[in-house]
Design a protein around this ligand. Structure first.
Ligand code: ATP
Ligand code: MG
Length: 425
């Protein structure tokens, strides 16, 4: 029988790669915690209607990419394609708005979209994201952008570009929408079929098309920035001024849009020059209408999501996997010595040393080779004689220096042993 393989568009994150993920998660947890953001964990599947309403039926995500299935009770469920809808559902359901003031939340986890898999594009992928609920202040937009750039820079990324736009408010967009339709209609036959479809339903989305000819046409489309009303203009000017104050550079991109009514004002993406076709690591913006759209009170909000696969690709380009060092590698041969080695490992671990125990039973020579490769600072060697005498050979792997020591003595002064390990690193 053939072995079963991981599904197309999914992949294993193997132990050799995991250090990147753990470092990203730890860095994000640290930065977000210091900025007053609290983690929220919502279910991986939700009622399908949540995403239809929360992302919009005219989007690719809802129209073509959702993993939707009937459960055994004939209810339509969907594996979450993104994080915001679930967070907002939870915010409303758990009345987090009742806690008053602004809610700063973050999440991380797998997302699911039925897409054509390629580098940086998978069917199960991971995001880390933030949402600030309850503030219409442009400082909130800038705070989230600053956190994203800070996180990416702390991780060591360079060659990042922040693309910025405003999609205004509902009223501005209605004006713009008509201008866009007027501009695009003469090109209708040249647009890709999805875009033809969207011409009347959701023309803003056409600016986001990945089709080459459509993109060429879109380049000369009227700019939404010329359709911003006074309030929107003021909000956007303030966002730009504050970014400049913080020394965060950006480029305006009037084709950066989100097509739905509840997206408002700021839209942004952070792209990397080092990522080929799938260049966007972070996407975000303001969504002042979404909470109300999903049945909650009118609540302005802003957030972003970072794609962790794309981030990891970038991290792998700039740094070696940090090799975890361990304190002891224990080698042993002979039944008595092997049993003794297990007990010694246990005692050391209970005293918070890190220990790897060789379980192979192979010749000492082979075990020593593995000890050398393990990244351990010292090797502990047990043969029959040591097992009988309750001693152990302590070998410092960097210098090769070796001495016999009683097992009791080894553990007698834990602090001293720790400083000797530190010194021998
Ligand atoms: P794209 O235009 O690349 O399809 P998107 O606009 O669909 O991106 P968002 O929904 O804004 O992406 O998600 C935020 C981030 O999540 C993206 O910038 C990207 O880094 C990541 N992401 C989105 N879809 C995928 C995917 N299928 N595989 C891997 N990462 C993804
Ligand atoms: Mg997409």
């Amino acid at each position: 029988m053939g072995a079963i393989q991981a599904l197309r568009g999914t992949r294993d994150i193997l132990p050799d790669e995991i250090a990147y993920w753990q470092r990203t998660e730890a860095t994000a947890r640290d930065i977000l915690g210091r900025c007053g953001y609290r983690e929220i964990r919502t279910p991986i599947f939700e009622e399908t209607a949540l995403f239809e309403r929360g992302i919009g039926e005219a989007t690719d995500v809802v129209g073509k990419e959702m993993y939707t299935f009937k459960d055994r009770g004939e209810r339509s469920n969907t594996l979450r394609p993104e994080g915001t809808a679930g967070v907002v559902r939870s915010y409303i359901e758990n009345k987090l708005f009742g806690q008053g003031g602004v809610q700063r939340l973050w999440y991380t986890g797998p997302m699911f979209r039925y897409e054509r898999p390629q580098a940086g594009r998978q069917r199960q992928f991971h995001q880390i994201g933030v949402e600030v609920l309850g503030s219409a202040d442009p400082r909130a937009d800038v705070e989230v952008i600053a956190i994203a750039t800070n996180l990416l820079q702390t991780l060591g990324l360079k060659n990042l570009n922040l693309a910025l736009n405003s999609v205004g408010n509902r009223h501005d967009r209605q004006q713009y929408r008509q201008a866009l339709i007027d501009y695009l209609t003469p090109f209708k036959d040249e647009l890709d079929t999805d875009s033809q479809d969207r011409l009347t339903r959701n023309p803003l989305r056409i600016l986001d098309s990945k089709d080459k000819r459509t993109q060429e046409i879109a380049i000369n489309a009227p700019s939404i920035l010329n359709y911003l009303g006074e309030d929107s203009r003021r909000h956007f000017d303030k966002v730009q001024q504050l970014l400049t104050d913080l020394g965060i550079s950006y480029a305006l991109n009037p084709r950066l849009v989100r097509g739905l009514d509840y997206y408002t004002h700021t839209a942004f993406e952070i792209q990397s020059d080092d990522l080929g076709a799938q260049a966007t690591v972070c996407g975000g913006g303001r969504y002042d209408g979404l909470v109300a759209e999903l049945g909650g009170p009118e609540t302005p909000a802003v957030g972003w999501a970072i794609g962790l696969e794309r981030l990891t690709i970038l991290l792998q380009q700039i740094q070696q996997t940090p090799q975890a060092s361990i304190d002891f590698y224990i080698v042993s041969k002979g039944e008595k010595a092997e049993d003794n080695a297990l007990i010694l490992a246990q005692n050391l671990r209970q005293n918070s040393f890190s220990v790897e125990l060789d379980l192979s039973g192979s010749a000492f020579g082979k075990q020593f080779k593995r000890a050398d490769r393990s990244g351990a600072i010292a090797c502990l060697v047990l043969g029959d004689e040591e097992a009988v005498n309750k001693t152990v050979q302590l070998k410092w792997l960097k210098t090769g220096e070796q001495s016999a020591i009683s097992q009791a003595e080894l553990l007698a002064n834990v602090e001293e042993l720790k400083s000797r390990l530190q010194a021998a690193k």
